[in-house]
Design a protein around this ligand. Structure first.
Ligand code: C2E
Ligand code: MG
Ligand code: MG
Ligand code: MG
Length: 278
């Protein structure tokens, strides 16, 4: 009976699966072209120290506006890039653009800014090679490692653990700092926080939302802040959109923030216009 009833359902399922697969392949093809043609861009979102109201750093975020597909969100194409083996090429574009751009900015701005780049778990498949590539790009652009920040998620720590840990120690020794992105949403054990050379926790945006009404979110945000304080880690809140969130965070000892309240991610020219042409 289940077979008879399920017959049409199964084929509908297959159709939509095929459609999804075809769409993915299409995105992959377009993305490959975009990388070759130089159609990949980088936007910059400031990290703010709220008390002094200064920008202490920027996060580089990849952008792809395709002639045919329109704007494609990184949430949609990063996983495809990972699967298709394109993440390395994307990363190289981001590194090239961001390192040279932020070096330029740091020459002219009063306050030097750190540069944070996002890394995918896939990039840690060969951690030793990754370390060498990072060194290569930073030295190519004469970018001081002390001003470079790697953003990884907990999922990176779960895969290929031993090699990854080795790489993180090498990177640390080299002078770059390491942040855990989307902190609190992963499933890894917290013991890595004392074993690994982690510098900063980024409180996931989902815990910052509704901080006023959602008691458990505000509790979690507070817990992450005190965890970071007791482990002597830095802490930054993502997705700060409202004044009340900023006030809550400052009151609870989290002075570093990122979010639309301060600025959306901006194209380089717009970033300059907004923050560097004073
Ligand atoms: P993420 O690293 O956690 O970046 C934060 C995301 O939240 C960005 O989305 C940013 O535009 C968005 N955001 C920032 N402030 C606010 C806010 O106040 N409210 C809301 N609603 N959103 C805010 P975006 O640029 O679409 O990137 C999404 C994710 O894609 C990133 O999450 C990161 O995981 C990944 N990604 C982006 N660029 C790269 C890259 O160059 N390489 C890799 N591997 N991943 C990247
Ligand atoms: Mg990030
Ligand atoms: Mg994040
Ligand atoms: Mg995220």
């Amino acid at each position: 009976a289940s077979k008879r009833q399920g017959g049409s359902k199964v084929s509908i399922y297959h159709d939509s699966l095929n459609k999804k697969q075809a769409e993915k392949v299409h995105i992959e093809t377009r993305l490959r072209k975009a990388i070759q043609k130089g159609d990949i861009d980088v936007y910059y979102q400031p990290k703010i120290e709220a008390k002094r109201n200064v920008i202490t750093g920027v996060e580089a975020l990849v952008r792809w506006n395709d002639a045919e597909l329109g704007f494609v969100s990184p949430e949609a194409f990063i996983p495809i890039a990972e699967e298709a083996g394109l993440i390395q090429y994307l990363w190289e574009v981001v590194m090239k653009k961001a390192c040279s751009q932020v070096s330029e900015w740091n020459k002219v701005s009063d306050e030097k800014m750190t540069l944070a780049v996002n890394f995918s778990p896939r990039q840690f498949q060969d951690p030793v090679a990754l370390v060498n590539e990072i060194k290569h790009f930073l030295s190519l652009h004469r970018f001081d490692p002390a001003w470079f920040e790697m953003e990884i998620t907990e999922s990176t720590l779960l895969m290929n653990a031993e090699e990854t840990i080795k790489a993180l120690h090498l990177l640390k020794k080299y002078g770059i700092s390491i942040s855990i992105d989307d902190f609190g949403t992963g499933y890894s054990s917290l013991s890595y926080l004392k074993k690994l050379p982690i510098d900063c926790l980024k409180i996931d945006r989902s815990f910052i939302q509704d901080i006023q009404e959602d008691y458990s979110n505000s509790e979690i945000a507070q817990a992450i802040i005190s965890l970071s304080q007791s482990l002597k880690l830095e802490v930054i809140a993502e997705g700060v959109e409202e004044e009340y969130q900023k006030a809550f965070l400052m009151k609870n000892g989290c002075d570093h923030m990122q979010g639309y309240l301060f600025s959306k991610p901006l194209a380089a020219e717009d970033f300059e216009e907004a923050f560097l042409n004073s």
